[in-house]
Ligand binder design. Structure first.
Ligand code: SF4
Length: 99
């Protein structure tokens, strides 16, 4: 099966999925349109969850690198603990910025 045939069938399939965040973006991608990074991320989760056919909810895969950006994740990227930098590390970063 060629990639073109596979994409065509997948696009038709995606159009039958529920209208949740990411459907418009995934359809746009499959139609060959360029997406922003944020649009690509929600399109990815929409496709990964098969259009949220069992409901728009958390995928519960926190070890996925996309999880913090998943539209329906209960724990968002911004909720994660911030990295604590030592004074030495901050000084190195400041010095690097001055170069
Ligand atoms: S965060 Fe969840 S829905 Fe999104 S790509 Fe990863 S596993 Fe799939």
């Amino acid at each position: 099966m060629s990639a073109a045939i596979h994409q065509y069938n997948f696009l038709d399939h995606v159009r039958t999925w529920g209208a949740h965040r990411g459907q418009r973006e995934l359809i746009a991608h499959l139609e060959g349109k360029e997406l922003s990074r944020a649009e690509s991320m929600i399109a990815m989760c929409y496709g990964c969850c098969a259009g949220y056919t069992d409901g728009a909810k958390d995928c519960l895969v926190p070890n996925c690198p996309m999880y913090g950006f998943m539209p329906y994740a209960e724990k968002k990227q911004s909720d994660r603990p911030k990295r604590v930098l030592s004074p030495e590390h901050l000084a190195k970063m400041a010095a690097a910025r001055r170069k």
